[in-house]
Ligand binder design. Sequence first.
Ligand SMILES: [Zn+2]
Length: 459
Amino acid sequence: MFDPPMTRAQGRLCRMLGALLVGAVATALSAPDTDAGLPTTAFVGMRVIDGTGAAPQDDMVVVVRGAHISALGHRSDIDVPNGASVIDATGQVLMPGLVDLHCHYGGGRDGLANAFGIQLRFGVTTVRSLGVDGDDNLAVIAEAESGAFPAPRIYTAGIGFSAPGGLPPGLPGLHRPTSEAEAREMVRRHAERDVDLVKIWVDPTLDGSLAMGSLPRIAPEIRAAIVDEARKHALVVVAHIYEEADARQLVAAGVRHFVHAVRAQDMDPSFVQLARDNDLTFAPALSKAQDAWFIAEHLDEVLDDPGLAAAFGAGAIARLRASAAETREGMLRNDQLPQLRGVYERTQRFIDTMQDAGITVGVGSDSGAGRVAHGWGTHHEMRLLVEAGLTPLEALAAGTGNGARILEADAADFGTIAVGHVADLLLLDADPSIDIRNSRKIARVMQRGQWVEDIAPGG
Ligand SMILES: [Zn+2]
């Protein structure tokens, strides 16, 4: 059901032949059997949630050799290799590392390295960074990919495209073309950078808030020029949407991947068939959509959450605690709240309808924007998908296998637990298919066959 786009490494190879790339391609193409003789770990006796949405399987064995999963099956069918280090995971649950399709990063090298480390400790092993990666961020991402410090697998849209004066307002350095020719030239220059994607914002509101009035949107013909030029450079386009008419125009121009939802109004039922006919994908950012009131309404829960303290930092939590009543009141005094709650409820209905219709739904939390903390936000988004009507297994598939397929289609070798796939794994102490909040009960995280506490200490 998916076009076969090039893998990220192949796409980059077409666009640039830098020396850095050679290592990345070699890694991406290494077959599992080249891991022979490498350290081997066997997880034994646990429940496996494989990330495809299939029912969990009990009393399993998963063998990791080097960076890859080399064997998988019921305990009675799989021999644990001699010399493997055996993890008795009886009573635990093994699932794939999480894929967050909507993140933003700032704060320079320290800020990015810190966010990446937090995400890894929360089990987020793949991220899509959507639109605020200037050359500074791209340099840090390249450094992370060269192994200088621990980080998830990163897909980046570099700097995104919007209209002059449009969303996100006031952000310097954004691509804000005023003609088709300028848009094409900007995409050409964009493609010369080490980027995977093009991000377009098409939203007249501030993510549903009308506090700034109606913001300008990129003209439809300029959007079409961006999408066409991106296709010529093998760059996938991801669009932030709000109104159905904009979504339809972008689909007609060739866009398939969306963040947020049709949420200015409930979608017309015919939009579901359009989504099916065009293999559209959606990552709704429910976390961002309710962050204007979630913390205010759950302040005690938030202040007592050690994982969130780790994500926000102890200083930020202490400041929140010191001003708890004021913080709560301040957030709830926002006169845009009724409007924002309406947008949120429409987003819930949209994504539940899409899931029921068999459209691919992913997890994209908008972590790094507003009050959505890295790492924590990815789990929170799965919880909110369940509140929107998905089953826990559907939300877990959204956060793993679906995310990987949205990024790499059938070429994805991560996001699901399967022989030959990269060993990005979460070992949990409780079952998230019973209660999605158990995705936070993380015992250990493995990235490419290595324990994250060994590569990203401090968590
Ligand atoms: Zn965003």
